[in-house]
Write a new protein. Structure first.
Lengths: 275, 162
């Protein structure tokens, strides 16, 4: 049972409120994760600190880089002409109604097999701006997903360089074509230099306790021309990067079985030839 | 526990409600506004039965503490049409046999209202996407998609003859 719902008017005000609130306070953005928990068993939360009015709704696209406020909804993000490259990923998350509520910041804390936008952000080498009473710090998305943030911190924005659409791919295997959690999510950015892959980043969702980098697959690709044979080897190598679990969407066995297939299909889109 | 005052414009009418902190829009509509058209389904954001429009945007009423939408305009299925003056979507649902048990229909209608407001000429894929967060266990969705396309046709102004 809640005793208060508070809507701080700025990010510093939200941080101050969180610091003084102590146990029993929870942060909420769009409510699509926190509210289901509150309605189904979370007895500990007494106060909700809602970030909807905390000024986290900014979208800045400038000189090839994007700064997205943590409170921006997926619907707003998908409507940005400058972010068309991310539209297929956004369309794969929830339903349009859910995307009217769910936020970029909230997605960073979505338990697997959710959190597909977080997978995109890892592949894009994004950083998060994290605010606490001590000030702001910048944290690599990948680290944030592994380590979380402090009890008194909030994510205010994420930043990333916009990828060349020709070097970016996203593929999500789902139980249904729409509105389903991930069996396997692949988000990959494979820049080329002199005809070979340089700086590959592949993030996988649905196949481990958190979003993970497919480092073994990246290592196979690095320095190579993106041929079908190289992609096939990378896809098999990715099995070393995952630690899948059984859930209502798929078994661990199935995820392991289909990961190389989906990774190969995702990367094949970047060579121009199908496999 | 101190109650809060929630001010909302519900189906065009400014209303004030006394409610416990954190009361969801769904509970407010059903228990205090006596508007039972907005259904209580999963209360997890997974079924879409509670879909309403908040300031014109389709949202899930079960996931919204009323404090978060202070002063907002809420449109429920009761505000969409009246029994003697059905909204074209409601009429199309009747004509195309898009309701069976009827439990999901209000949420479907509100999700589709949001779609048609944004896109008066949706194709089949756009309709399927719009209701992808709304679960129906009776119809298999086909009749609902047909009804939405029928309503879109009827709502479009006729093209003037040359």
């Amino acid at each position: 049972m809640l005793s208060a719902v508070e809507l701080p008017a700025s990010a510093p005000a939200a941080v101050a409120l969180l610091a003084s609130a102590g146990d029993g306070a929870a942060l909420m953005a769009g409510g699509t994760l926190v509210m289901p928990a509150l309605l189904h068993g979370d007895q500990a939360t007494r106060r909700l600190i809602v970030l909807a009015k905390a000024g986290l709704g900014g979208i800045e696209l400038r000189a090839g880089s994007a700064t997205i406020g943590a409170g921006v909804t997926f619907a707003r993000l998908a409507a940005q002409p400058g972010l068309a490259v991310l539209r297929p990923a956004l369309a794969s998350i929830g339903s349009p109604t859910l995307r009217n509520m769910a936020t970029v910041g909230g997605n960073l804390f979505a338990p697997q097999p959710y959190g597909d936008f977080a997978a995109c952000l890892v592949a894009l080498d994004a950083t998060a701006a994290v605010l606490s009473p001590a000030g702001e710090r910048s944290l690599a998305l990948e680290r944030l997903l592994q380590e979380g943030i402090g009890r008194q911190e909030i994510v205010t924005a994420v930043r990333f360089a916009l990828p060349d659409p020709a070097r970016w791919t996203y593929l999500k295997a789902m139980r249904r074509q729409l509105n389903s959690a991930a069996i396997v999510t692949v988000a990959a950015h494979l820049p080329l230099a002199g005809g070979v892959v340089q700086g590959a980043r592949i993030a996988l969702g649905g196949v481990a306790p958190t979003v993970v980098r497919a480092r073994a697959a990246e290592a196979v690709l690095e320095g190579q021309a993106l041929t079908g044979a190289v992609i096939a080897r990378a896809a098999e190598a990715a099995l070393h990067d995952i630690d899948p679990a059984d859930d209502a969407y798929a078994s661990a066995w199935y995820r392991r079985r289909v990961l190389p297939v989906h990774l190969r299909r995702a990367l094949a889109g970047l060579t121009g030839d199908a496999s | 526990m101190k109650s809060i005052v929630a001010s909302l414009v519900v189906n065009g009418e400014p209303r004030e409600f006394l409610a416990a902190p954190g009361t969801t829009l769904l509970n407010l509509l059903r228990s205090q506004a006596d508007l039972l058209g907005t259904r209580r389904g999963c209360e997890q954001g997974g079924c879409g039965a509670c879909t309403v429009l908040v300031d014109g945007t389709a949202k899930l009423a079960c996931l919204i503490p009323v404090e978060c939408i202070e002063g907002a305009a809420v449109l429920t299925v009761e505000g969409l049409g009246a029994p003697d003056a059905l909204h074209p979507l409601q009429q199309a649902f009747l004509d195309a046999y898009a309701t069976q048990c009827g439990f999901c229909a209000p949420g479907m209608l509100m999700a589709l209202k949001a779609l048609l407001d944004a896109d008066p000429a949706p194709d089949r894929a756009a309709v399927a996407s719009a209701i992808s967060g709304n679960v129906c266990r009776c119809t298999g969705y086909e009749a609902i998609i047909e009804a939405a396309l029928l309503a879109a046709d009827r709502l479009r102004p006729p093209v003037a003859a040359e």
